[in-house]
Design a binder for this molecule. Sequence first.
Ligand SMILES: C[S@@+](CC[C@H](N)C(=O)[O-])C[C@H]1O[C@@H](n2cnc3c(N)ncnc32)[C@H](O)[C@@H]1O
Length: 178
Amino acid sequence: MNFEVLRIGQRVVRDDRVTTHVALVARAFGASKIYMNEVNPEIKDTLNKINRTWGGNFEIEFISDWKKVIKEKKTNSVKIVHLTMYGENINKLITSLQKEENILIVVGAEKVPREVYDFADYNVAIGNQPHSEISALAVLLDRIQEGSQFLTKFENPAREIIPTKRGKNVIMKETMDK
Ligand SMILES: C[S@@+](CC[C@H](N)C(=O)[O-])C[C@H]1O[C@@H](n2cnc3c(N)ncnc32)[C@H](O)[C@@H]1O
């Protein structure tokens, strides 16, 4: 399966930390790319540095027209999965979601425009209580992949963690000044 994420809108009060965390979760939980609008350009540098340090080719694209992204994906048979507390419960949809090949996951920051609900092939609620786009994204990706995303090796890392019972064990594969 291939997952991409589209985050629509930041809050009026700058929300860079949450936006960065949405991108970090997308990368760590197996998505290949995130599209974002209204973001601080420094977020791209932060994510590129994470890629250089910990590996992989996670992509970040800044966009100005989220509708264009959704329409293009739909034309290419990508399923649109909108995360919203108003949607159908994940428990009801999980079997269908696991059968899809390509998914664009849409998360909001503030109130999401009505059209997103109509564009979506699935409006998915991670429970019908309000929480956060970070947690909703993590739970969705984990439920679909059932933990298999954590077996993925990220390519060409400069640093690699050797899991250990106590403390930190990190292999330095190359210098970071590239
Ligand atoms: C802080 S919430 C804002 C919700 C906003 N009040 C609204 O009406 O859309 C930001 C995003 O988190 C996600 N989210 C929050 N709770 C959720 C839930 N229970 N299930 C799925 N997604 C959720 C949605 O993507 C939402 O757009």
